[in-house]
Write a protein that binds this ligand. Structure first.
Ligand code: UDP
Ligand code: MG
Length: 319
């Protein structure tokens, strides 16, 4: 019988400090899988790191046949790294794991057994708490999940990480979506398949710093909304209709007042307030439309999602 293979995709951006810890952990797990006659292969995706990450990855790959790497020509972001990883691996099962050990490698054994023994197609992982995270960040994260649940048909699981084990079939489905603006959490959910969710306590990063700050996360949340819902466009249409109705009512009131009380010049301050308010709403709605337009513009260019500068030359079939 052909040995089964699990491909582990590890996006790395400036992870020189965490990689040695990561390797130690994944090596342990690989030995455990070897006992089950399952082979583990790791593909490090160096996302244009500016520190010694690539050098560390190259050294590790040289010493270990089961490790591979690809390196981008610049930083393309984690979403691009995930896509590149999915395109460049061929395991029977594929998993995506952060290099900072926030996605505990030991969960992989449990995830594998769900797919193997219980017939799931994919196993996702979600944090049951947000311990160690700033309160403001947690608040906005929860708000985001509440909003997206209301306005999108695609289900987004609160606290879900990109860490998941998937059958090749699921990976192929995800790869069929070649969109440039990638929001993987949504894409994973969009493809469907029978998915099991495992819960675990949040773990803090083993070393190094997170690449996300509040603003980046906020923009990422907007990207998620735009990628998976057109409700904001409907909201702007609704606001337009609402304001037409209000102005119509006001016109009738003013005509009535002028005819009955005969005072047409009153109300300059209120007029100014109304002009400011309504033009604000107009700009807001235009902003919403522009957000969709700009995403469409970027999609139509069909630029590559990532560009590989170098990769290891090991022949994967020898493994
Ligand atoms: N990452 C990446 N490209 C980026 C930013 C991050 O490949 O532009 C990788 C990073 O090296 C890590 C994973 O994505 O393996 C998650 O990043 P991070 O730990 O900073 O995010 P957090 O866990 O805080 O959400
Ligand atoms: Mg992390």
């Amino acid at each position: 019988m052909k040995k089964e293979k699990i491909s582990v995709i590890v996006p790395c951006y400036n992870e020189e400090e965490s990689l040695p810890y990561f390797f130690k952990e994944i090596e342990k797990i690989s030995e455990k899988f070897a006992e089950k006659k399952v082979m583990l292969e790791v593909l490090f995706v160096d996302d244009g790191s500016k520190d010694k990450t690539l050098k560390i990855i190259k050294d590790l790959c040289q010493e270990n046949k089961w490790l591979h790497y690809i390196s981008f020509s610049r930083n393309f972001g984690k979403e691009a790294a995930i896509y590149a990883g999915l395109e460049n691996t061929d395991g029977d099962y594929v998993t995506i794991m952060d290099a900072d050990l926030q996605d505990p490698p030991k969960l992989l054994l449990e995830m594998y057994s769900y797919i193997k023994d219980e017939g799931y197609d994919a196993v996702g992982v979600r944090r049951s708490n947000r311990k160690g995270e700033p309160i403001v960040r947690s608040f906005f994260a929860n708000l985001f999940y509440k909003i997206i649940a209301k306005i999108s048909k695609t289900e987004m699981i609160s606290g879900a990480r990109d860490y998941r084990l998937m059958k090749k079939q699921v990976v192929d489905a995800i790869l069929q979506m070649k969109e440039y603006n990638r929001y993987s959490k949504g894409l994973f959910s969009f493809v469907g398949f029978k998915t099991k969710w495992l819960e675990y306590q949040n773990v803090e990063r083993v070393a190094g710093k997170t690449k996300w700050n509040f603003w980046k996360l906020l923009l990422y949340a907007f990207d998620g909304i735009i990628a998976f819902s057109t409700a904001p466009l409907a909201i702007s249409t609704f606001l337009g209709i609402l304001f037409c109705i209000i102005s119509f009512i006001l016109i009738i009131i003013i005509i009535f007042k002028t005819l009955v009380f005969g005072d047409p010049v009153n109300g300059w301050p209120s007029l100014v307030c109304i002009i400011f308010f309504v033009s604000g709403i107009q700009l807001f709605c235009m902003g919403i439309s522009s957000a969709y337009l700009s995403k469409t513009y970027l999609e139509t260019k069909k630029r590559p999602i990532y560009i590989i500068k170098e990769k290891d030359e090991k022949d994967k079939d020898i493994l």
